[in-house]
Every structure is written in C-alpha cells, then in structure tokens.
Design a protein around this ligand. Sequence first.
Ligand code: HEM
Length: 395
Amino acid sequence: MHDGSAFYDPYSREVFDDPYPVYKSLRDEAPLYRDPSARWWVLSRFDDVWSAVRDYATFSSRLGPDPANLDDNGRKYSIISMDPPRHDRVRSILNRSFTPDRVAAQERQVREIVEGYFDRLEPGTRVDAMTAFAGPIPSDVIGALLDLPAADRPYLRELWDLYLAREEGVFGLPRAAIDASRKISEYISGIIEERRARPGSDLISTVLHAEYRDEHGEVTRLDDHDVLMFCNLLSAAGSETTQKLIGNALAALSEHRDEWRRIVADPSLIPTAVDEALRYDTPSHYIARTTTRDVALHGGVIPAGDWVLLLLGAANRDDREYPDPDAFRADREFDRSVFFGWGRHVCLGQWLARLETQIVLEMMATRFPDFEAGERTRILTSTVRGFDRLELELR
Ligand code: HEM
C-alpha cells in the first residue's frame, strides 16, 4: 500500500518532464498506490500490470480508457472500451486485416510513403522530425488503409492533436478537445456516407459492410454509430502513437550513440531496437480499467467498481522483469512485454506501427547515419508521451 512517500499525478509537470524517477518510487515504495484525490488506484510493477491486462473479467474496459471521459461499452471509444464477448465479436471484423502477414504484404506501400518523405531531406540541414516525417508518415499509412483523401490528412492530424492535448494539472477534457472530437466525427461520418454509396477495398468499407455473429448467433452488422466509432478509433490510434514512437526512438538513439552505431553497422538489429524503443520510452504510458470485484493486492484492497491505472511506462522499466532497465540495448530480447498492452485488447496495429518505425530507422541508418537530435518540446496529452517538435541535424 501507499506509505505516503511516492506521489503520482499523470497531469503533473514532474511526470510530464520525466516520469521515470516517480515510476521507480511507485514500484518500490507504493506498488498499490491510491491517488490522494481518490480518483483511481495505480499499478506500476510489471507482474501486476501483466496479470491485470490478461484478467479482463476482473479488470474491465467497459467504462473506457479515460476516467475523465466515461464510456459505456464502446459507445465513445469502440472496441477499446468493450468487454468480451462483444469486444471479440466486433474486433473479429478487422483482426484479419492486421495480422503480421497482412501487414508484411503492405510493406511496399509503407516503404514508398516513408521514402517519399526521406527524399525531401537533404544532408547537412536541420529539420523538425515531427513535421518533416514522424507526424505525416503514420497518418499517411492509416490514411491509405482507410482511403482518406491525402489533402485531408493534415487537417485530421491537427484535430487528433487537439483532441489528445491536456492542460497541466487539469482533470477533464479541455473545450478545444471536445470541439475537435465533434469535428473528427463529422469528417469521418461524411466519408462513411461516401463509402456506403461507393464501397471500396479500404478498411472503412470493410467495417461498414462486415457481417458477424451477435450473442444470439444472428448474423448482423454494426449500427451506424458503431461504424463511426470504430473508424474514429482507427484513424486516431493509427497515427498519434506511432508518430510519438518514431520521435522517441530517434531521441533515445541519438543519446545512445554506441547502440546507434551498432545498428548502422548491422541493420538486422532494427526490429529488436524498435521493440527496445517501445520499452525504453513508450508512447502509451497508461491504460485504464475498472474492477468488477474486490481485488486484494500488496496488503490493500481495490474495491469493486474503482478505477485502476495500469502504468505501462512504469512496467517497462521494472528491474524485476528487465535487467538494467534504464539502459537502451538494441539487442534486448523480450519474453514478455506490455508496451502494446496484452491479452484481448492487445494493440490491433502493433505490426503496422513496428513496420513503419523499422523502415524509418533503416532510412536514417543508410541516409543520415551521423544524425543528432537537438532541441525538442514535449506535448502534454492524456496518455500519449512524445514530442511535438524534435530538431534533427541530418548528417
Ligand atoms: C507505437 C504505436 C502504438 C502504440 C504504443 C499502441 C498502443 C496500444 C495499446 C497500449 C493498446 C491497448 C489498450 C488497452 O488495453 O486498453 C492499443 C490498442 C489498440 N490499438 Fe494501438 N498502439 C500503437 C499503434 C497503433 C496503430 C498503428 C493502430 C492502427 C491501425 C492501432 C490500433 C489500435 C486499436 C484499434 C486498439 C484497440 C484494440 C482492442 O481494444 O481490442 N494502434 N494500442
């Protein structure tokens, strides 16, 4: 239980600037931490997070990922806030579109998108990585899968940034986030109507026309609202987190020159280096659940119905799971990981996010092997950690 020494608030400046010392004191001193305002409990050790994500019957997703913006079984956030069996049925509509094989088959298209941005970069110049390629690449990739017009993608990216931005110390959604959410829904609704009239081979058409079996065994389709929420989720989840991963990976590798030089000399390390970047400074710092029964843990009890934050960012640095967790090791091997979650809700787009980031690192290694990261600013968002500006010297 909490002995009063650790203090954790996801909206605080301290956590925003550098969460890792706070995470360590949580893991070591308060593995079951009660927020002083009694909003939620916090689990930070790898084993606890690992057990919770696998036990969906006890740790329910039904009220959604954000205690400040409650859902009800997927009405706002689609599958991310559904519990089985409904979750599994709806997710099954797209499961096959995101398998490792299906994603591997998209490699050429992803590579073309990445190359297009890298062809515009000149050695000997400075660029902001986030606007030059880290931001646009993931939104172009998911934009292509959803077949969103290329000219609209920057507009949508701006809206998602606004939707996820938070104000320091403030619990709840800022006005701009609420407005952005409405505009995203209006935009995606328009596209859905077009696809209803003229279906294509894109994911929006797949979701719109997919048939699945409901709990009574009847063949059914998603209603209009559920189609919209599923497509909203894909467009957001597909771009925000991946752009943060690309930025975080480049910043980490610039600071770990020896590891970067190993990668440049041996690009076969890139896939494990991407997973290590996901562990070392993950974009997705926590996910939320509510308990369906009392849970006894570390000498305390989380009562049924309370919110629990599962700190993926803290679990990733737990020395009980990862030797030398504060070091970046490009060849680290993983028995278990939670940076994409795990269990029923494990990230649908994990193979796509990996592929995009791997190709970016390949391009950097071949075209700008001596790059260096310079000035940077972080963006404060609800759960996603990363930069909105990251200067790179391209060499
Ligand atoms: C580095 C990039 C990414 C990270 C760190 C990330 C992280 C996560 C995490 C932690 C979850 C689990 C949420 C939970 O258990 O409550 C999740 C779920 C999800 N992610 Fe990702 N994600 C990334 C990229 C993507 C991409 C590219 C897509 C889209 C194509 C995507 C689509 C989804 C969807 C649809 C879910 C919900 C799955 C479910 O509830 O069954 N993600 N992601």
